[in-house]
Design a protein around this ligand. Structure first.
Ligand code: PMP
Length: 403
């Protein structure tokens, strides 16, 4: 095992601090390391593996496409992109989508879209558009995106920084009203703040935000890279809030656990500010990615994985709340929606990282965010029995730390 860790450390850039597990192979909700030890995957690659690892239908769709063509760039039309975009439109309710690869790329795309819309449609002078972003946000790691990250370490030493962003307090409408100016073209935010620690917004916030955006001609840009496609127990997290954003950003699970696929979705009146040559990506919407993503959407629908996320998410939260009571005062809070749960640890007893390493040593993969929160976000294909097994292991580890 150490041999692989050493090679990564020696030849790789030092920008990560991975948990000490060397993954060799995986199937559905289980992962095996190079020594043959089995783990329950309660992390699913930050929600990228919502369909479970190597879902047979996704793998079969990839193989079918690999027998035909994988990449042609968007210089030509293809046979898989149209069907994928049509299906995406059907599930999201938005007229058009622009496919990209990673989440950060899709966020960058949405920023360009909002600015051009501000410039061309709303009529804010070019260069003056402002986008409101939340404190505690996470939208990716490009130089523009980290410019408005609330995390100092993401920005540290990477200046000069991009301008045109103003901050508000997540969930606080007064703060949004105060940050809005005549130059505001968009509000960009997560429907639940994932990296900040799975923070669910206060009830009614999104409704008020929607009204504010409509009244002030501001685009509501909803980053569901992590929350979208069933993670929260609905197809899209905005459904919990009873609103519809103007721009929806998807990623992670859109690639069905095998490829990077992201997309920005919007109606034509917004999306059509993009004209030929105004934006693009060599790999965005490639034939293989589109085939995989289309099959991924069908699997979510036909295997009822969204409903499953809602039902089993409730069970997971309930079971973790039982552990919270038993392992008092180690656990301060258990929160989340669907199969996306944050467990907030009191740092006086343990760091989240210590618990994550102890869980890994006992056969459960999870990941900490910040010092105090452990994230559980298993594949949506997980069974009740497997959740119970993982929670039993968490209980054992938590009781040891609480003692
Ligand atoms: N937006 C959100 C809400 C995310 O959670 C993430 C990744 N954690 C991203 C964007 C960036 O996605 P990627 O890592 O694929 O660039």
């Amino acid at each position: 095992m150490n041999e692989y860790i050493e090679r990564e450390a020696k030849y790789g850039a030092r920008n990560y601090a991975p948990v000490h597990v060397v993954v060799d192979h995986a199937k559905d909700c289980l992962v095996w390391d190079v020594d043959g030890r089995e783990y329950i995957d309660m992390m699913s690659a930050y929600s990228a593996v919502s369909h479970g690892h190597l879902h047979p239908r996704i793998v079969a769709a990839a193989h079918r496409q690999l027998a035909k063509v994988a990449v042609t760039s968007r210089a030509y039309f293809g046979t898989t992109l149209g069907p994928f975009l049509e299906k995406l439109s059907q599930v999201t309710g938005f007229e058009r989508a622009l496919p990209m690869n990673t989440g950060a790329e899709a966020v960058e795309t949405a920023i360009k879209l909002a600015r051009r819309w501000g410039n061309r449609v709303k009529g804010v002078f070019d260069g003056k558009q402002e986008i409101l972003v939340a404190r505690g946000n996470f939208h990716g790691r490009t130089s523009t995106i980290v410019s408005f990250s609330s995390e100092d370490s993401y920005r540290d030493g990477f200046g000069p920084l991009a301008t045109g962003f103003r901050h508000f307090d997540y969930g606080d409408m007064d703060s949004i009203r105060a940050a809005t100016t005549a130059n505001t073209c968009a509000v960009l935010l997560e429907p639940i703040q994932g990296e900040a620690g799975v923070l669910v917004p206060p009830a009614g916030f999104f409704k008020e935000l929607r009204e504010w955006c409509t009244a002030n001609d501001i685009l509501l840009v909803d980053d569901e890279v992590q929350a979208g496609l069933g993670r929260t127990g609905k197809w899209f997290a905005f459904e919990h809030e009873g609103i519809r954003p103007d721009v929806l950003i998807l990623g992670k699970a859109l690639g069905a656990g095998v490829l990077p696929v992201s997309a920005v979705c919007a109606d034509a009146k917004v999306m059509d500010v993009f004209t030929p040559n105004s934006h693009g990506s060599t790999f965005g919407g490639n034939a293989l990615a589109a085939a995989v993503a289309l099959e991924g959407l069908k699997v979510l629908e036909e295997e009822k994985l969204v409903e499953r996320s809602a039902e089993l998410g409730e069970h997971l939260i309930e079971r973790l709340r039982d552990v919270q009571v038993e392992a008092r005062p180690l656990i301060r809070d258990v929160r989340g929606r669907g199969l996306w749960v944050g467990v907030d640890i009191d740092p006086r007893y343990a760091t989240a990282r210590e618990l994550v390493e102890a869980l890994a040593a006992n056969g459960v993969l999870s990941k900490e965010t910040h010092e105090t929160v452990i994230r559980f976000a298993p594949p949506l294909t997980i069974t009740r029995e497997m959740i119970d097994r993982a929670v039993d292991i968490f209980r054992k580890v938590a009781m040891e730390k609480a003692a």
